[in-house]
Write a protein that binds this ligand. Sequence first.
Ligand SMILES: [Zn+2]
Length: 369
Amino acid sequence: MASPFTLHRQSSQCAARRGEVTTSHGVFQTPVFMPVGTQATVKGMTPADLKNIGAEIILGNTYHLYIRPGCELIKEFGGLHNFMAWDRPILTDSGGFQIFSLRELARISEEGAAFKSHLDGSALFLSPEDAVEVQETLGSDIMMCLDTCIPYPADLNEARQATDLTARWAKRCRAAHHRDKGQLLFGIVQGGMHKELRAQATEQLLEIGFDGYAMGGLSVGEPKDLMLDITEYTAALMPRDYPVYLMGVGTPADLVEGVWRGVDMFDCVMPTRNARNGMLFTSTGKVVIKNARYQRDQRPVDENCTCYTCRNFSRAYLRHLYMAHEILAATLNTIHNLHYYAGLMAGIRKALEEDRYEEFRREFYTKNQ
Ligand SMILES: [Zn+2]
């Protein structure tokens, strides 16, 4: 099948590459960071805010939308794009990770995942076919296969069972996918921290054939070195002419390292969640805005930042909003953090275009010691 990925430039220094992905709501440039819009909104941001920051694609969470407001309602609006007034690409997860996160409320069988709504406790069921149908109804540009996540640590046997089940579910997702709707479907490689399972899972997905390949089950509590080792190992097995997506990762350094190892797409709640907790990323490290030392500080959060927040507001004002629990604190902090992530990715893409990613990476660590 035709790949949605176009390679612009392969780094001569590492596995990193500069490219783009084409979807039915337009093209996005890679490597890319996708802000997380769990409940049909990136918390605190209007679509105009997101565009000003330069977001080309956002993520929606199938589990949350399935429970509230429900697919039927979103269908009445012609899909998620219309419902939330966002006309650029959307990637939806399958719901697997959220169901997995519920643990005691979920039961996994061959047929699918039985779980209880975290809102009202009602019994629900999601099969691989359901996960595709729900995402087709939402109308996302990139859909994800239903997978079973593996906790960390997990022994080989436990990890193997979950990995095999994910592969069987992936086959069912592919069979249920209506390709004529113009939506892309990505497979998810599981396997825990076991390389032989990661290799087996990748091979199984390649046999089925997807529009892109994701790595799941990373950044689930394992040491950072292990996460990067498994990422590097798995990314190297993936076909180089398709997009590679590392799910749920991570910190700015994780993005720099993931790109180095060949990853094209990332998502994480970190910039948005940290913003709401008053933790701001800057070109010289983190700023905890509630600290007393910012009480009379007239400087912007980051003197090198060109975001709306930094162009207009002082640390003292942002600290005041945060201490007073004003909703504007969440909005201004999120604008800054998403701008920081977007700027980091833009810098990465530029360095790749100039084939100087090794130098970029070194400079990043010099600034963020
Ligand atoms: Zn800023």
